[in-house]
Every structure is written in C-alpha cells, then in structure tokens.
Design a protein around this ligand. Structure first.
Ligand code: ATP
Length: 368
C-alpha cells in the first residue's frame, strides 16, 4: 500500500494540454475515482502515475518519494485497461502466472501466488480453461487477477468494466469494490460513468479540460458541487440552473428536489419552500420515476428556462402536459453560483426575498 501524490503535474502533447496542473493525493488504501468527460485527461493522468508517460512538469510521489524517473516495473503498480488482452493460447493459470514468470519466480511460490489471486477473484475452478471458454465477466476477473498477482502497492484501473453488459457490470462493480475493501490497496479508477464513480469511490476527482474541478466524497460532489460544470456533469438528469440577472446569481436545484408544492408542503413549512410556476410540456415514463420536462417563466429570468422535475412513480404528477402548476424546492436544497465564473457561492448577493422567492411566490411578482 502507498500514498500517491501529484504536485503541479502537467502533460502537454504539442499544443494540447492533456493535463494542465493537477495537485492530488490518494491516501493509503483509498479508492479514488477520476471522473470526467471524454478527453478531459483522465487516462493521461493514470498513465503518468503508472510510468507509461512522462510529465511535462510536476512531481509524482509514492509514499513521499519522487518516482518521475522510475520505469513502470519499479513502481509496483498494477494497471488494468478497458481493452485488457489475455493471451488466447494460454490457460487461465498461465495467463495469471505470466508476470511472475517474467521475474523468474520459483515454481512452488508461483503456484501459490496464482492460486491466491485466482481464489480472490473466484476463478480458482477455471485455471485450466482457455480465455475463449470463459464469459466476458470471467475474462475480466482473469485480467484483474493477473494484475494483482505481483502484489502491487497501487492498483490503477482504466474503465475496466466498460466491456461488460449492464447486469454484469453491476455485479462486477460490487465484487471489485468488496475486493478492494478486503485487501485495502490504494486504487485509482478512471471512468466517465457517474454511476460507477458515485457507487465505488471513497472520493471522486471530477476533471474537465485537464484540470481538477472538485475532489470530494460522492455525497459532497453531488450535493455541494463546486461549480456549474460539476453540478451539470453529475446527476441524471443534471442539476437545473436558473439564471436570475437581477439577483446576480445562478440558482441550482436537482430534479428530484423539484416536486409539486402540495407534496412538498406535507414535509416542509411554507417558509422553507421556494415555489415556481412550472409549465409542463412532456412527461416521460422511466419505470421507477417519471421525468417532467417543462419551463419556468418569469420576468426575472433571463429566458424561459428549461427545467426537469423527477418524481417517484408513486407520486401524483398534479400537472398535465400544457398546464402550469406550482412546484417547490426546499430552501436548503438550493445551490447558488456566480454567473460570471460559475463557481459556487454560499449565499446569493441579494436575499431571495428580493425576488419574492422566500415567501413562496413566483419569481418577479414580489419584492422590490
Ligand atoms: P476518454 O474518456 O475518451 O478516454 P480521457 O479523459 O482519458 O478521455 P485522455 O486520453 O487523457 O482523455 O486525453 C486527453 C487529451 O489529450 C485529449 O485531447 C487527447 O486527444 C490528447 N492526447 C492523449 N494522448 C495523446 C497523444 N499521445 N498525443 C497527442 N494528444 C494526445
């Protein structure tokens, strides 16, 4: 196990700033997830930690020691990519044993290590099979066992589950997380899938355009996004954003907090709710939930703002397509952002009462 520390790390490919100044620490035993859209620099960052890519600037430290100059093998990292390749002509045993043979481990010890790794991933009964005789999930586990067999101090995973079908992914996620907990190895996991990130990470590093946008627990990045990028990258559908020019603030709230007022009034005092007139355009059925697509209109708003409400299927919709009805958000579920920088601010520069919002009136009808 090790701590992994990045200090001012950059990687430029010509004019492309793939990684543009990253400071980050993965604590010993931590499961750290790098999350961000395609091209944001996740893989490049992981490859620099592995030693497959040299930083243009900055330091990479393992347990406080700078490793920039060390080749991958000397760093004792194990890496599994999305396109992990097993040797098709070799048995599962020989595939897992491959990295040990490369360092000429004695036979008895090698057998013990392979059996240990295979048992850990629940594939001990498959050791004599060839990769083509395995399911996708089993092949995935062979690749993970092969990476783990050398007892690395850091585990680096780049979208290792994306080749699996949805059902298998859920169980593989659960397995991988359980395994990481048991052995307590420092793990850095790259994904663009927020469900994976929220479900597996001890902490999530949200990246965009080569830079870290926020580091926090799943709950922190979801509930207290550092800026509008994080607010709208996480969540499905993403956070609603209302641009209030006169208030000088962007108001954000999650679709699951935007519910018919009569429903909210059961759990919240009137004074704790902020109400908007919601014009529903379309209702989408999603099994467990319903999404209501519509707009909030008001003289305070920059334009008709497209808004989504997410209602549990058991909740009455209250407003049909084409109708307008009062929808409300609990005051404490609101986020505020600076309209210029997009950064989160603790409070709006002008009190919400100036917009008539605090008294539960539609925007633009109250206050001065
Ligand atoms: P994805 O989720 O699509 O894999 P990513 O977040 O992992 O994306 P990277 O693969 O790290 O992104 O790429 C970051 C940026 O650097 C991209 O703009 C990419 O085109 C560029 N890039 C990556 N590798 C190279 C390279 N060897 N030469 C030039 N540009 C590169």
């Amino acid at each position: 196990m090790a701590t992994v520390e990045l200090v001012g790390v950059r990687k430029h490919f010509g004019s492309v700033r793939a990684v543009d100044g990253v400071d980050l620490t993965a604590q010993e035993g931590e499961f750290l997830v790098l999350l961000g859209p395609s091209g944001c620099g996740k893989t490049t960052l992981l490859r620099m930690i592995a030693g497959l890519e040299r930083p243009t600037a900055g330091e990479i430290r393992f347990d406080g020691q700078v490793v920039n100059h060390l080749p991958p093998r000397a760093r004792r990292v194990a890496m599994v990519f999305q396109s992990y390749a097993l040797y098709p002509h070799m048995s599962v045993f020989d595939n897992i044993a491959f990295p040990l043979r490369a360092v000429r481990m004695p036979r008895e010890r090698l057998r013990e290590r392979v059996e240990w790794a295979a048992k850990m991933f629940g594939i001990a009964h498959l050791l004599q099979r060839k990769p083509r005789e395995l399911s996708g999930g089993e092949r995935q586990r062979v690749a993970l066992a092969r990476a783990m067999v050398r007892e690395p101090t850091v585990f680096l995973l780049d979208e290792p589950l994306s080749n699996l079908d949805a059902k298998l992914r859920a169980s593989a996620r659960d397995e991988l997380k359980g395994l990481q907990r048991r052995i307590g190895i420092t793990t850095i996991y790259v994904t663009h899938d927020q469900v994976e990130a929220l479900g597996m990470g001890d902490r999530i590093v949200v990246m965009n355009q080569g830079r870290v946008q926020q580091v926090g627990t799943p709950q922190e990045v979801y509930e207290q996004p550092a800026n509008t990028f994080v607010a709208t990258f996480l969540g499905s559908p993403p956070m609603n954003l209302l641009h209030h020019p006169r208030a000088g603030v962007v108001i954000g709230f999650r679709p699951e907090h935007f519910l018919p007022k009569e429903v909210q009034a059961r759990d919240h005092a009137e004074a704790d709710l902020v109400t908007f007139p919601f014009r529903v355009k379309r209702v989408e059925y999603l099994g467990a939930d319903r999404l209501l697509y519509g707009t909030i209109e008001g003289p305070e708003l920059q334009e008709k703002t497209a808004i989504i409400a997410k209602l549990p299927f058991t909740m009455p919709v209250a407003v049909g397509p084409g109708e307008v009805g009062p929808f409300a958000v609990p005051r404490r579920a609101l986020c505020f952002f600076d309209p210029e920088t997009g950064e989160r601010v603790a409070e709006p520069p002008r009190p919400l009462s100036a917009l008539g919002l605090e008294r539960g009136e539609p925007p633009g009808t109250g206050g001065s």
